[in-house]
Design a protein around this ligand. Structure first.
Ligand SMILES: Cc1cc2nc3c(=O)[nH]c(=O)nc-3n(C[C@H](O)[C@H](O)[C@H](O)COP(=O)(O)OP(=O)(O)OC[C@H]3O[C@@H](n4cnc5c(N)ncnc54)[C@H](O)[C@@H]3O)c2cc1C
Ligand code: SF4
Length: 497
């Protein structure tokens, strides 16, 4: 079915069903007690077949949501196929731009739901949950996708980093007959999908299914191989026709708070990575997590699952200033953490980690006052007259990371243009300031979420195929990512054209 026809049919049928089903179909949660008892219990329960199709049938097919999806998915199209009881078609539509429907169906920031026109009419369509609902019906996408097995077209690309950006690039290039070699430092692929996001939010079998499907298409995978140490970057630039970097941001930023040299103080990404690779870390009874975004929430909830009795999140600004807010995703994340007993301390400045016998025992902090400075953001100013203290057997700093560019040799480091904030600058084709070198994901965009990493890779795939001058060998454009679909549905774009 053509993409336009699919959309139009849905617009017509959707208006009728909205009159029947106003309220969003409730997504049921497992109880907090059950959730914290294990890493294998997902917080949200799957929709039943009936719930899924009733929820999908509320959608009116306006496709406004596509405009806020960084990867420009055809949301109206796949909600319609879900309503029609055709999850295979849903998966096929999602795969037009994104090769991880079950992963994104669990952990996407779902900004699309925030602008759904039904927000005030029974609640937004459960777009994210419906993607999971459809994708979970299939153990092997090979049975429904009929991905073409193209012959080698004589070009090879090195992909550095096996996170969502690198995996997406590998998928769309490999199905066009490009020979792809994927280099990953860690023993397993997935990037932060594996080493950051904990298993209770993203189960291992879901990762295995979707990553396995991509690598099964003939991508050569070199895990436990760090470019810059095990392989020279300059060799890749010489030996491959193009190189894509999706190295993320894995260099931890620690606060350097006095007392930081005590045992029991760790950065959140290191902590989550160790847990994700199976280490049973003894976190003690009381844990203090510093930060306010995804990573702080995941670290705090992981500690509860490791047996902590009291977990506090300390953030120096107000709740409304936390990363990712305002969004329903940030609200849901915090609600779940509070249900599980995480306590938030807003507007505080930890100024000393106290230790006993070389091990952290408490955190001293001040309450802040938020002071407006001109028209800028309110600034936290500590009220130092009163010292407050919380017991802590462990302190986890979720205070951000930056990209580690040490894998690049000097000559490339000099040529690679970065923003003042340290992001790789790319052009509209995803190419960096170095010819033949493309980039995407957390090292490159400021959103720092999965779906934007995927969008960057989609852009770079087309950029690479153009750069390699092989677009005339593309047998069927349906297997290329469809960039900027939102323009098709945008009223302003329609007026201009
Ligand atoms: C705890 C946590 C929770 C998160 N939760 C969410 C969420 O719920 N929803 C969401 O949308 N986003 C979430 N994010 C953000 C999301 O995970 C990232 O935006 C996304 O993974 C970025 O993708 P990427 O491919 O750019 O980088 P990454 O996923 O970081 O992957 C980069 C990969 O490159 C590898 N690498 C780095 N250097 C080299 C080298 N020199 N040689 C070989 N390999 C190398 C790394 O080992 C890594 O595997 C979360 C992040 C964290 C840390
Ligand atoms: S904005 Fe809401 S109603 Fe409109 S297509 Fe998207 S999900 Fe459906």
């Amino acid at each position: 079915m053509s993409r336009i026809k699919r959309y139009n049919e849905f617009s017509n049928s959707g208006l009728a069903v909205i009159l029947l089903n106003f309220e969003r179909m409730k997504i049921t949660h497992e109880s907090p007690e059950k959730r914290v008892s294990s890493f294998t219990v997902e917080p949200l329960r799957e929709y039943t077949d009936q719930e899924g199709s009733v929820e999908a049938s509320r959608c009116i097919g306006c496709n406004i949501c596509t405009q806020s999806c960084p990867a420009s998915l055809d949301i109206g199209g796949y909600i319609r196929s879900t309503a029609a009881g055709d999850p295979a078609e849903t998966v096929r539509i999602v795969f037009e731009n994104l090769p991880f429907p079950a992963i994104i169906g669990r952990v996407c920031t779902h900004l699309c739901e925030d602008i759904c026109v039904l927000n005030d009419t029974g609640g937004p369509i459960a777009i994210r949950h419906l993607k999971r609902f459809a994708a979970d019906k299939f153990d092997d996408y090979g049975t429904i996708l009929n991905v073409p097995r193209r012959k080698f077209i004589g070009k090879s690309v090195a992909v550095i980093g096996g996170g969502p950006a690198g995996l997406t690039a590998a998928y769309y290039l490999a199905i066009q007959g490009v020979s792809v070699t994927l280099f990953e430092t860690m023993p397993e692929l997935g990037g932060f999908m594996k080493s950051g996001i904990p298993r209770y939010r993203l189960p291992q079998d879901v990762l295995d299914k979707e990553i396995g499907f991509i690598t099964g298409l003939g991508v050569e995978v070199k895990t436990s191989t760090r470019v810059g140490t095990d392989v020279k970057f300059s060799d890749l630039m010489r030996e491959y026709d193009a190189v894509f970097i999706g190295v993320g941001n894995h260099k931890a930023r620690m606060t350097g708070t006095p007392g930081s040299d005590a045992k029991g103080i760790v950065h959140a990404t290191e902590f989550l990575q160790r847990v994700s690779y199976g280490e049973k870390i003894n976190v003690g009874k009381n844990v203090v997590v510093i930060g306010g975004g995804f990573t702080a929430n995941d670290a705090s909830r992981t500690c509860l699952r490791l047996g902590a009795k009291k977990v506090y999140i300390m953030y120096r600004r107000r709740a409304i200033d936390r990363p990712g807010y305002p969004s329903s995703n940030a609200e849901e994340e915090m609600e779940e953490a509070i249900e599980e007993s995480v306590e938030y301390l807003w507007e505080v400045t930890p100024f000393e980690y106290v230790s006993q016998d070389g091990k952290v025992s408490s955190v001293r902090y001040w309450q802040n006052e938020m002071v407006m400075e001109g028209r800028g953001r309110a600034k936290p100013v500590p009220k130092k007259e009163k010292v407050l203290e919380l017991p802590a057997d462990m302190v986890i700093e979720a205070t951000g990371q930056e990209t580690d560019f040490s894998f690049l040799e000097e000559e490339y480091l000099r040529q690679l243009r970065l923003t003042p904030q340290g992001h790789v600058i790319v052009d509209e084709n995803g190419m960096t300031s170095i010819k033949g070198l493309f980039s995407g994901g957390d090292s490159t965009n400021i959103n720092r979420d999965l779906i934007t990493a995927v969008r960057d890779a989609d852009t770079a795939v087309l950029g690479i195929l153009n750069y390699l001058n092989v677009m005339d060998q593309i047998a069927d454009e349906r297997w290329l990512p469809f960039l900027d679909r939102w323009k098709k549905y945008s009223p302003t774009a329609a007026i201009k054209s």
